[in-house]
Design a protein around this ligand. Structure first.
Ligand SMILES: Cc1cc2nc3c(=O)[nH]c(=O)nc-3n(C[C@H](O)[C@H](O)[C@H](O)COP(=O)(O)OP(=O)(O)OC[C@H]3O[C@@H](n4cnc5c(N)ncnc54)[C@H](O)[C@@H]3O)c2cc1C
Length: 312
């Protein structure tokens, strides 16, 4: 085996592998793609932003796309707004960072970025499943990393048969969410505050009355359990809620349920996670930074390839 490994097989790991093919992926996933494969409703709210990095990747992989501009609206206490004052923006973010029936938010707001700073989002409309398929490597190692020692440079993973395998490494690239990764480093005293809230995604046939076109709608209303809503193909709408919303509330406030996913962990407060000498972090969850998108991973993966001695 190579002495260079990527932990995880989500979109970040696949992109890194594309530009650094000598690295070996280790992941427990039966099918690659991470959250985007596991959570169909998250996939619906995931966009490939229109940037030079994403365009060049899709072109390189010969994936067809359409450049599209999506409007962003704000349903703010009963009014549909196109622009927000700073105060309104803070209230929308606070609302997103708390469970709907809870009165105060759980942290100070220091990040004023929603999906973009603008009232629209420029995307490359394409099939994300096709992107995952085209990035899927011929093979990868199935296993779950159980512990890492960053001083003696070895890690242990549990393979498909349940056996514990020890490997030495030169360089590790981790896309494992930071809240899972750092407890695996048994010799490292961490000081990160990795606070998160669960998220519920509901696909429903019912259209909220404020939706007028194919756009992203952020919602801030004390009587509604969801904080974001958008059309979902021709068949319905995706509602995003912070926290675990019970069936009764979903039925009462949304109804017409097609499916409910209560799995995803949403970052509550960003952290500044720094690379180690021989371990680098990629992707939103590994870096615990909710602003990271796939264009940042592409940029990093290419810079990493360019750097002569793997020290980026
Ligand atoms: C609501 C929402 C909307 C979003 N919208 C966008 C968007 O529009 N554009 C965008 O670019 N990004 C968006 N994101 C961020 C997006 O989710 C990420 O860019 C991307 O899906 C994260 O992929 P990842 O590979 O970094 O992580 P993941 O998909 O979480 O992959 C982590 C991998 O680590 C593996 N793993 C876990 N534990 C272990 C272990 N012990 N050993 C080995 N492997 C392990 C997992 O099995 C998995 O393969 C959005 C996120 C959310 C929640």
């Amino acid at each position: 085996m190579a002495n260079k490994y990527i932990f995880g097989s989500g979109i970040s790991a696949l992109i890194f592998k594309k530009f650094n093919s000598e690295y070996e992926i280790i992941s427990p996933d039966e099918k690659v793609g991470g959250q985007l494969t596991k959570h169909k409703n998250l996939l619906t709210t995931f966009y490939i932003h229109n940037t030079p990095e994403t365009k060049s990747l899709l072109d390189e992989l010969k994936i067809k796309y359409k450049e599209k501009r999506l409007r962003i609206y704000y349903y703010y206490f009963g009014k549909l707004l196109e622009n927000l004052t700073k105060e309104q923006k803070i209230n929308i973010i606070k609302n997103k960072l708390k469970e709907w029936s809870y009165d105060s938010n759980s942290c100070d707001i220091d990040n004023l970025v929603l999906s973009t700073d603008n009232t629209y989002l420029d995307i490359l409309d394409c099939k994300v499943e096709e992107l995952i398929d085209k990035l899927t490597p011929e093979s990868y190692t199935r296993g779950s990393v159980k512990l890492i020692n960053n001083n003696r440079q070895f890690f242990i993973y549990k393979d498909e048969k349940g056996e514990l395998i020890t490997e030495k490494y030169d360089t590790l690239i981790s896309s494992i969410p930071a809240n899972i990764f750092f407890p695996l480093m048994y010799n490292y005293k961490r000081s990160y505050y990795l606070n998160y809230l669960p998220v519920t995604f509901i696909a429903s046939k019912n259209k909220p009355r404020f939706i007028k076109e194919d756009a992203i709608y952020y919602v801030c209303n004390d009587t509604l359990c969801y904080n974001r809503c958008q059309p979902y193909g021709d068949s319905g709408y995706i509602y995003e809620c912070t926290g675990i919303i019970d069936d009764e509330t979903i039925e009462k406030q949304i109804g017409g349920v097609i499916s409910v996913e209560r799995r995803y962990v949403g970052i509550l407060k960003d952290e500044e996670i720094n690379n180690f000498n021989n371990i680098k972090f990629i992707g939103r969850n590994a870096l615990w930074n909710s602003n990271i998108k796939i264009q940042d991973v592409i940029k990093y993966a290419k810079e990493f390839r360019r750097s002569k001695n793997d020290k980026v």
